[in-house]
Structure formats: structure tokens, C-alpha cells
Design a binder for this molecule. Structure first.
Ligand code: ADP
Ligand code: MG
Length: 710
């Protein structure tokens, strides 16, 4: 047994403190190895246990010595028969170790293992060594070679060593800073071997008999993931640990949800007379989905418990009108509502829509513009954006940082468009006001993902598009002739329609070179389409310039907008019915779907052409999904499979804090299970007060922000 001592006197739980003992308490790690481990960032026992293997090699049974190239990597036990530094040309050289099977037969052909530009390899290998090698053999001339295989030298004599590194399914770890594979493997092996299982507390309750995890514990799972008896064993351990990660996330989510709901707020709901007037004034009737969502919101506003609701709906499903309805209920009760959009253009557009529908009802609106002139006046809005004592304030997220305006806030509507993080939401909540919160997102994401990313919110879904829309015909085209495109555009523009030509950019901050490229396209299209007018819109333009162009496009003075992805978010010009997206293959399906959502908003049929260069058949197959469906959820699922959750959530990395093993897509089932487990625990002990949950609380405190996207 390890001799753990609790050095931190104040530590509430001796078990945890032992997991956090420094490496120096581990007698089996000598000073030199410890130095390497510490340099690599391993600070305590737990950090070693949590360093999960990257892959495994089954060294119970080595691959047969290959005589031809293989598709998959092979794992060989071999002996070194020759070592040589070789030169190719005057400057390039490589080290080659030639290997043969240990029990060499007359027919065995040697294999060359080559390392380029790594001269120090000559110090690693020596003739007669036994080695384990892992890599893909291929032909080089008439010889078989493996370039840069993973390697381990077999030390002879020590059979204890052999138990760790040979004759088993061996874990292979990612290495950091000069650390050797065998050193970290041996450290983790001995640690597990000598650890009192009681030192590793279970976060999950004991799995029931008959559950796939019956008999599993955190300690056993650790053993299984590091030194599995079989790959099935490994899978079970891995799943158990992944479940535990999701469980931690869900506990945090649910605790945040409960904490928010437990606050005492105020009812922010008026009688609904304004809402009735608004409905009567609309040129259309609200869809059933919109009515249902408004009912959900009304309930939330009415309750003295603060509302924290997500409104999920595809582009064009009419979320803005639900937001207006919510704002009216709040205004009628004598409170302010704030609408926050991710960009200035969007805020301005929301403002225009609100103005159009709510001014006639006598509602006082203000457009808050972070980047505007001191007096708040804007050329395009001739001061109409500065109603005194506004009932509804519309702006970007900058509103969050401006305390003065939100003194009487009853409702915050956050138009998220997948760019608004948990931390911003909590910023609002932490301001000491407890408004009701409605988050709107146009990214339909699968339920299990919603559970993790928005797990602290109630959800309403707009699953119905307003009737009376023209259809959208979507077509994938390879490098179409500009002459044909021009003719196509002219035909529709002649009928009075408008078009977007999109040159999407990958970068959020658009590079100068990209802007130049778009500017060039703009000039070419202006020429081709003359005397019809083109406008240009990109991220490097100032707010005023963008406003001006959008205004001219809306008023139809400009017929064609040559734009970058700036227009992805929420731009609403129902008369525009054509969109041609160039380089479509560079983009995720969800993003293309968002872009396409800019058309198909009026009664005319719309056309979306996805242009790609045709070099990549896979890309074309992917784009075909968009030809087939307009269902945002189906597209999101496809995108998720193709590109992982990071893209969908609009974050560069797909990482969610607290997940080392868990995969939000592949582990959907575990996410659901973890949600249930977490609610069970919180139902019984909402504050995790009982001593049984002490280590759970520690787990959660160590992960305070839970699902902040990293
Ligand atoms: P979203 O914000 O969900 O993308 P919007 O609220 O901007 O959608 O609505 C998209 C378009 O549909 C707008 O032009 C709006 O006027 C129109 N619209 C919204 N609700 C309805 C409805 N119930 N019936 C007909 N048209 C609607
Ligand atoms: Mg919208």
C-alpha cells in the first residue's frame, strides 16, 4: 500500500487529499523520473491517473513479420541487426535501423526503420537490441521500410518490466517534454498497482445489478482504461469515465438551473392587451409554434421565479415575433425589455423591424449603439433611435456593459446566433438584477447537445415555418460559366427581384487579401450586370458604410449585394430571392443553411446555387444534403457527423471544459443517462449537503464554469 499522508490540514476530505499528494510521496518513482514527470506538468497522483492513453498496442500477440505493405500499422517484436546513418544528396540524411524477427527464419526479409533529420536516433539504437516497433510498412524500391515508427527498446533481464511493457495490451500515452513512453507507463502502472482503491472516490452511485456498468467503480475504470484486460474491458472503463464526466457537467448545469430558478424575482407579465393589439395589427397570423412559444414565455414572465428559456428555431421560423410578443408583455407590466444581437447590423435590423411593428402601438424604442457618436444620433435614423425613457432597448452585447440603461429591466432577449457564450449570460445574471431571460438561437442542434450546451435553460422550439413562403430550389454547381450566371441573374432581376453573391470567408476577422478578392469580384459583377447596380458588404467596412449599403439594398436602389459572410446573421430582405454562394465547399452545412436562410422569405420562389470547384467529390456529396432538405435539425445532424460539435457551436475548438473522454456526438446516449443520474442526486439532496456527496462537491468546485466552451 502507498503511504499517503495528508499534508493539507484544512482539507475537508482525506481521500481527495491523497489523490492530490505530490509525486514525491510515490516511493517507486526515482528522482530522475520524477523530475521529468514534473517538468511535463504532472503535479500529483490524480494528474497521472487522468492522463488517459492515446492508443493501445496488443503485445500479447505480435503481428507476423510483414512481407508486403500494410494498410494499418503493425506492432512488431524484433531485433536490430544493423544501424547506419545514410545520406541522400549533400544535405539530407537519415538514420536507419534494420530489423529482423527475434527467431529469424531463413526466408525473413529485413525491414528498414528510418528516421529523417533525427541524427540522435543513432544513440538510441544498437545492434542486437530487442525492440518493439509500431508503424506502417511500405515499399522503398524493393525493400520494405517503416518511416518514423513508434519504438521501445526492450530492456533484458527484468521480468517485472516485461509485465508492464510486454505480454499485455499496452497503453501508449501522448508524451510531453522529453518524457519517455516507458517512464510514464511504468509510473502509472505502479501507481494503480499500489493505490488503495478507497483512495479513488466514486462520483457515480454504485451501478445497479443488470446495468452494463454493474460492478464498475472509478478505480476499476481507471485500471481498465490504463491497463485493460481486453478491449471490451477498456471500452467499458472508458464509457464509465465518460459518463462520469457528463455527470459532472449535468450536475453543474442542473445546479445552475435550480439556483437561477430559486431566486425570488418579480412577475414581469402584463395582462396581454398590448399583445392582442399587436397580433391584430400583423398582416399575418402567428404560426401555432409561435403561439406555443409565446405561451411558454408568458408563463415564465408571470412566475416570480426568473425565467431562463431557450427559443430554438430555424432561420425564418419567426423568432423575432416571439421576442416582440415577449417584450410587449413586459412593457405592459411597466418594465423595460432589452434585445441584444451579436452584431451592429443585426441590432439595427431588429430595430427597424421592431419600429415597423411596434411604433404604431406607441411603444418607445431606443437603438443603443456602442460605436456611435456621442449623442447617439445616426445618419440613417435621423435621431429616431433615441426615444427618451425607452420601453424597449435594442443593441449589441455592449448593452451588458452599460449599467445605466438597464435599471428597470424585466426581460433580456439574447439573439445568440451561436456567438454568445455562457459567461455573457451569467454576466447579466450577476448584475444583481434578475430579469427574465430569453435566449434565441437559429442553430438547431440535436437534443443531447442542447442538453449540454444549454442544459441550464428551459427550451421552446419553433418547429414550423410560416405558411405562404415560396420554395427554395437549391443546386450544387461546379464552376459555372459567368456568362450563364449573368444571364440567369439578369432574368430574375428584370422581374424586380434581388440577389446575394456570397464569397464566404473562413476567418471571422476578414483579412485584407480576402477583402481585396471580394472587391475585385464586386467590380467584375458591376461590369457584367450594368446598368443594374451592385453593392458590396464586408467585415472591414465601418458600421456607417454597412448601414448605408444595407439601406440601399433594402430600398432596392441596389439590386445585387456582393458580400462576405457578414450577411449570415439575420439579414432580412424578403424581395431578395437569389443567392449564389462561391467556394461553398469550404463551409459547414449549418453555416450554409444559415446563409440560405436569407432567401425564401418572400412569396417568390427562391434559388440558392452552391458553387464549388468540383475537385473534391466528397465535398459535393456533402453539399447535396442541402439540395435535399431545408430541415435545420437534419442538416445540423449531418454537419455534426461531418465536422464535430465545435463548428456547429461556432467555436474554433470543439472542446468542452471538463470533457477528456466524453464526445458530445458519439456519446449521446451517455449524455442522456448522465442527465437522469444528476437529477436523481439533486432530487434527493439539492445542495449536496450530505457527507456522501462531499467529493462530488469538490469535483464540481474544481470545474466551476462547467460547460464554458473553451
Ligand atoms: P427568424 O428570426 O426566426 O429567422 P424572423 O422572425 O426574422 O425569423 O421572420 C422571418 C420572416 O418571416 C420575416 O420576414 C417575418 O416577417 C416573417 N414571418 C414571421 N412570422 C410569420 C408568420 N407567422 N406568418 C408569416 N410570416 C411570418
Ligand atoms: Mg432572427
Amino acid at each position: 500500500m502507498l503511504n499517503f499522508t495528508c499534508t493539507q490540514v484544512y482539507c475537508p476530505d482525506p481521500l481527495i487529499s491523497e489523490l492530490h499528494s505530490p509525486l514525491s510521496t510515490l516511493g517507486f518513482i526515482d528522482d530522475r523520473a520524477r523530475g521529468f514527470l514534473e517538468t511535463a506538468g504532472f503535479t500529483d497522483v490524480e494528474s497521472l491517473l487522468l492522463w488517459y492513453p492515446r492508443r493501445y498496442e496488443d503485445r500479447r500477440q505480435f503481428s507476423g513479420f510483414p512481407t508486403a505493405p500494410c494498410d494499418d500499422a503493425v506492432c512488431l517484436l524484433a531485433k536490430v541487426v544493423d544501424c547506419e546513418m545514410k545520406h541522400v544528396g549533400p544535405r539530407r540524411r537519415y538514420f536507419e535501423a534494420t530489423i529482423l524477427p527475434i527467431d529469424e527464419g531463413a526466408l525473413d526479409q529485413p525491414i528498414g526503420c528510418r528516421w529523417f533529420n533525427m541524427p540522435y536516433m543513432s544513440k538510441v539504437f544498437a545492434v542486437d537490441q530487442e525492440v518493439v516497433l509500431y508503424g506502417k510498412p511500405k515499399w522503398s524500391g524493393r525493400r520494405l521500410v517503416i518511416d518514423h515508427p513508434d519504438y521501445e527498446i526492450v530492456e533484458d533481464g527484468d521480468s517485472a518490466e516485461a509485465d508492464i511493457h510486454l505480454r499485455r495490451i499496452v497503453p501508449v500515452y501522448r508524451l510531453k517534454d522529453g518524457l519517455h513512453q516507458k517512464a510514464i507507463r511504468a509510473a502509472i502502472y505502479r501507481l494503480l498497482d499500489q493505490l488503495d482503491p478507497g483512495v479513488v472516490p466514486d462520483f457515480l452511485r454504485k451501478p445497479a445489478e443488470g446495468s452494463p456498468f454493474a460492478g464498475m467503480s472509478r478505480y476499476k475504470a481507471m485500471q481498465a482504461i490504463h491497463f485493460p484486460e481486453s478491449m471490451e474491458d477498456r471500452q467499458l472503463g472508458r464509457d464509465y469515465l465518460a459518463l462520469e464526466e457528463f455527470f459532472g457537467l449535468q450536475l453543474n448545469m442542473l445546479r445552475r438551473k435550480h439556483a437561477y430558478a430559486a431566486q425570488n424575482g418579480t412577475s414581469h407579465c402584463g395582462k396581454g392587451e398590448l399583445l392582442a393589439k399587436f397580433q391584430a395589427s400583423l398582416p399575418f397570423s402567428l404560426t401555432n409554434a409561435q403561439l406555443r412559444a409565446i405561451e411558454d414565455v408568458r408563463e415564465g414572465l408571470n412566475s416570480i421565479r426568473p425565467m431562463n428559456r431557450l427559443l430554438q428555431g430555424d432561420v425564418g421560423s419567426g423568432k423575432t415575433f416571439v421576442a416582440m410578443a415577449a417584450a410587449l408583455l413586459v412593457v405592459e407590466a411597466g418594465f423595460q425589455a432589452a434585445i441584444m444581437a451579436p452584431t451592429q447590423i443585426l441590432a439595427e435590423q431588429h430595430y427597424l423591424v421592431f419600429q415597423k411593428h411596434l411604433k404604431p402601438l406607441g411603444i418607445r424604442l431606443r437603438l443603443h449603439t456602442g460605436s456611435r457618436k456621442e449623442d447617439g444620433s445616426m445618419p440613417l435614423f435621423d435621431g429616431s433611435g433615441i426615444d427618451a425613457d425607452p420601453q424597449i432597448i435594442i443593441g449589441t452585447h455592449a448593452l451588458l456593459y452599460d449599467d445605466a440603461q438597464l435599471s428597470n429591466l424585466g426581460l433580456a432577449v439574447i439573439d445568440e446566433q451561436h456567438k454568445f457564450g455562457v459567461s455573457q449570460r451569467s454576466r447579466l445574471i450577476n448584475k444583481g438584477i434578475t430579469p427574465d431571460v430569453l435566449v434565441m438561437t437559429a442553430t438547431p442542434i440535436p437534443r443531447t447537445l442542447t442538453m449540454t450546451v444549454y442544459g441550464d435553460l428551459e427550451v421552446s422550439v419553433l418547429d414550423e415555418l410560416p405558411a405562404g413562403r415560396g420554395k427554395i430550389v437549391t443546386a450544387v454547381r461546379e464552376e459555372p460559366d459567368p456568362k450563364k450566371v449573368t444571364a440567369f441573374l439578369r432574368q430574375h432581376l428584370a422581374e424586380g427581384r434581388q440577389a446575394y453573391l456570397v464569397y464566404p470567408l473562413v476567418e471571422e476577422s476578414e483579412k485584407l487579401a480576402d477583402v481585396r478578392a471580394v472587391t475585385k469580384e464586386f467590380e467584375e459583377w458591376s461590369e457584367r450586370l450594368a446598368p443594374l447596380k451592385c453593392g458590396i458588404l464586408h467585415g472591414r467596412m465601418s458600421g456607417d458604410e454597412k448601414d448605408a449599403v444595407m439601406a440601399r439594398f433594402r430600398s432596392r436602389e441596389v439590386q445585387v449585394l456582393v458580400a462576405t459572410t457578414v450577411i449570415e446573421v439575420g439579414v432580412d430582405v424578403p424581395n431578395a430571392n437569389i443567392m449564389i454562394i462561391y467556394h461553398a465547399d469550404r463551409f459547414g452545412l449549418a453555416q450554409l443553411h444559415q446563409l440560405r436562410g436569407r432567401i425564401g422569405r418572400g412569396e417568390h420562389d427562391s434559388y440558392c446555387v452552391l458553387v464549388c470547384d468540383g475537385k473534391n467529390p466528397e465535398a459535393i456529396a456533402k453539399l447535396k444534403v442541402l439540395e435535399e432538405t431545408r430541415d435545420g435539425f437534419r442538416i445540423a445532424e449531418a454537419d455534426l457527423r461531418l465536422r464535430g460539435p465545435g463548428e456547429l457551436l461556432g467555436t474554433a475548438q470543439s472542446g468542452v471544459a471538463g470533457l477528456r473522454l466524453g464526445d458530445l456526438v458519439a456519446d449521446a446516449r451517455l449524455v442522456k443517462v448522465s442527465r437522469d443520474l444528476a437529477s436523481e442526486v439533486l432530487d434527493v439532496d439539492p445542495d449536496l449537503k450530505s457527507p456522501d456527496y462531499l467529493h462530488l462537491r469538490t469535483l464540481l468546485d474544481n470545474r466551476s464554469e462547467g460547460v464554458e466552451l473553451s
